[in-house]
Design a protein. Structure first.
Length: 169
């Protein structure tokens, strides 16, 4: 059962990424990317890394996607074509992906991936994960936090309006 669930989740993630890459509207692309990130979180949970799955949802599907949407909202909306498909099938891909992710999540909640004996052979505790992260990779974590700080300051600088440029227009 766990192996079948793994392949279903992998297909969902691939489908979401392909839909993300083929959308003209950047907001729709970000929403498909969120589906892909939730699918990856379910894969991490299935493979025995619940802490990594929680971080995937909190950091990437939550915080980073909000930053992506913030940057998209800063871009001039006239750059993008406004082709709103008005067909009744426009919600079919997102509805299918959402339903499939909810169904897979429900199956994962009902079954214990460790007890299934399919894929999972090792479970990483949060203590062991934190120790490995900050003992062996502490410098890399600090460098990454500085890079994210610089990105946030850069986004703030790009987003604020300059008085001299507003008066000229």
């Amino acid at each position: 059962m766990a192996t079948l669930l793994f392949y279903i989740l992998a297909a969902i993630v691939l489908m979401a990424v392909l839909l993300c890459l083929t959308r003209n509207n950047p907001v729709h692309a970000v929403l498909y990317l969120v589906h892909a990130l939730f699918g990856l979180a379910l894969l991490y949970f299935l493979l025995g890394a619940p802490m990594l799955a929680a971080w995937q949802v909190i950091l990437y599907a939550g915080a980073i996607m909000v930053l992506f949407l913030f940057v998209i909202m800063l871009i001039d909306p006239d750059l993008f074509e406004k082709k709103a498909s008005r067909g009744r099938f426009r919600w079919l891909p997102v509805g299918f992906l959402s339903g499939a992710l909810l169904a897979c999540g429900g199956v994962l909640i009902m079954m214990d991936p460790l007890a299934a004996g399919g894929i999972v052979r090792y479970r990483l505790s949060p203590r062991a994960f934190g120790r490995a992260l900050f003992d062996e990779y502490g410098l890399a974590v600090e460098i990454l936090s500085l890079i994210l700080l610089f990105a946030a300051v850069g986004a703030f600088h790009l987003g604020r309006r300059h008085k001299g440029k507003e008066d000229a227009s």
